[in-house]
Design a binder for this molecule. Sequence first.
Ligand code: 5GP
Length: 215
Amino acid sequence: MNKKGILVVVSGFSGAGKGCLMKALLSSYDCYALSVSATTRDPREGEINGREYFFVTEERFREMIEQEALYEYAEYQNHFYGTPRSYVDDRLNEGKDVILEIDVQGAETIKKRFPDTVLIFITPPSAKELERRLVERGSETPDKIRGRLLRAVEEAKYMPFYDYILINDDLEECTKELHAIIQSEHTKSARDRDFIIEISDELRKITNTKGEDAL
Ligand code: 5GP
């Protein structure tokens, strides 16, 4: 039987390069599935419905909340964002490691609901570099950029609660590091209690001993 995948939350300041990092991770390794969130914000240039997000109306979003079709949701810059539960469950059951690219509030909700979740925070090397990347993106007005920077001030308060802080300076390096972090999580003893019990039983059988005979 397939082993269940690991649930991973990736958050980070808007402009930290999470999008590029996710693309690089998914195209480099086939053990991951990226959850596609629902949002009420408008698509940015180049974004496709069902790929970056499911772009829905506020009415539809509220329906999803009522039907308990979301694992979590949060409001960000006057728009709703939420994680559809069926996609996540299906991929985890297939043995994929599922990545939720969600904000800090969502991360907190998911960690409370599923304590085994690995929380990873992506950041540029400095605040100046973050500002530069937001300006360079060119998709937003100075007011909106300032809004995202102010939001980053708040988000930084959540950084200590994350399991890992990953600096996205060189994309290729960062992708490898992210993969290494997630894969090493698979070997944590707490994730494989069944194996420990199984091998202990077998060892006792082979040596014809009981637990209390051990050293
Ligand atoms: P953007 O509008 O730049 O695509 O995303 C804005 C913020 O919403 C980012 O911090 C992103 O991680 C977060 N976000 C995207 N999808 C979800 C979601 O399903 N739930 C939550 N809580 N946040 C999300």
